[in-house]
Ligand binder design. Structure first.
Ligand SMILES: *Cc1c(COP(=O)(O)O)cnc(C)c1O
Length: 341
């Protein structure tokens, strides 16, 4: 096994190369056999499609240790399906679901010593991605691609306690109307960086993108979906064709229904935000990060519940989802927790 020398208590969210990653190449119209590699570097042609026309899609998920020492991943089939859809939108050959799931298990199994212990609250963050390696200069899809999946150990997102964040409405659009906002692709992140840095420089933790066509409806942040709770405890999440379908958000909505909450997936106007009691951001990194204040369009919305801590309804959903991931609470549907043996 690997010589793993990590101070688990100091882990944040940064790249650290681990022993093995999975690599598969697409060439001559088909996927070659994938396998593990100990080389963390990618060498490719200067004219590779990823470098010229940004053909790249990715995923993010975590492998956890449970209290009894089992190793699990959470709904990896959903990541496989989403990356399949993302690849199709960018004219890339989708990675077959079986290959994706085989890569997740192979990398987790080969790097078990890199998974932070249960007590630390950390995880092995897994990054599957697909990018164009073949040369293209005329505008067209590349002929050759690589699928790669590496992992990096990450710390407990709430190491210093759960603190609500502040958000401002972005002056910039992340996505074009009917663009690629609904797929998980590096190009969307490139589009969001300037808005995010601008928000940071103005003293906010995050920024909220509004719908690019009318700037009336709430979309998401650069990397997380919104979840809201009304004063009568209905859970509301924004619906839009340019929001990334977060697996965390969809899981939380299913959990909310199973706990008896009313749920609504519908367009959410910026102007109705002050009717909500709680707000949060959801994604793989934090599960739920509470939002205390939102500013924009000349207004400040202070969420009544959650200025100092996560509100009670989001806390209930958060604890239930974490409990399911830790195999302490039964999932509302079969197949959510996948054990890597
Ligand atoms: C990954 C991502 C999310 C969160 O999705 P999860 O599947 O819950 O991790 C939300 N928005 C964007 C733009 C993303 O890329």
């Amino acid at each position: 096994m690997a010589n793993v020398n990590v101070d688990w208590s100091k882990l944040g969210f940064a790249y650290q190369p681990i022993t093995q990653r999975y690599v598969a190449n697409y060439k001559d119209g088909k996927w070659g056999k994938g396998g593990l590699s100990d080389d963390p570097n990618v060498t490719m042609n200067e004219c590779a499609g990823i470098l010229q026309y940004c053909q790249e899609v990715f995923e993010g998920l975590k492998a956890y240790k449970t209290e009894e020492g089992r190793t699990v991943t959470f709904r990896p089939d959903q990541n496989a399906k989403r990356m399949y859809d993302s690849a199709q939108r960018l004219e890339m050959p989708p990675v077959p679901e079986e290959m994706f799931l085989e890569a997740v298990d192979a990398v987790v199994k080969a790097n078990k010593d890199w998974i932070p212990p249960y007590e630390t609250g950390g995880a092995l963050y897994l990054r599957p991605y697909l990018f164009a390696t073949g040369p293209v200069i005329g505008v067209k899809p590349s002929d050759e691609y690589q699928f790669r999946l590496f992992g990096t150990p990450v710390g407990n997102y709430f190491k210093n306690g759960i603190k609500p964040i502040t958000i401002c409405v972005s002056d910039f659009d992340r996505a074009a109307p009917r663009g690629t906002g609904h797929i998980k692709a590096g190009l969307n992140y490139a589009m969001s960086l300037h808005a995010y840095i601008t928000a940071h420089n103005r003293g906010y933790d995050e920024n909220m993108f509004l719908d690019p066509a009318t700037r009336t409806y709430v979309e998401e942040t650069g990397g997380a979906n919104f979840i809201f709770v009304t004063k009568d405890n209905t859970i509301v999440t924004p619906k839009s064709s340019s929001i990334l379908p977060s697996i965390t958000r969809r899981s939380l909505m299913t959990i909310a229904e199973s706990l008896g909450y009313k749920t609504e997936h519908r367009p959410v106007k910026f102007d109705e935000l002050d009717e909500f009691q709680e707000a949060g951001l959801c994604g793989t990194a934090a599960v739920i990060c509470p939002v205390g204040r939102i500013e924009g369009k000349g207004r400040t919305i202070n969420l009544p519940s959650g200025m100092n801590e996560m509100g009670p309804v989001l806390t209930k959903l958060y604890k239930t989802l974490r409990g399911i991931q830790q195999c302490k609470i039964e999932a509302p549907e079969a197949g959510w927790v996948h054990e890597v043996k």
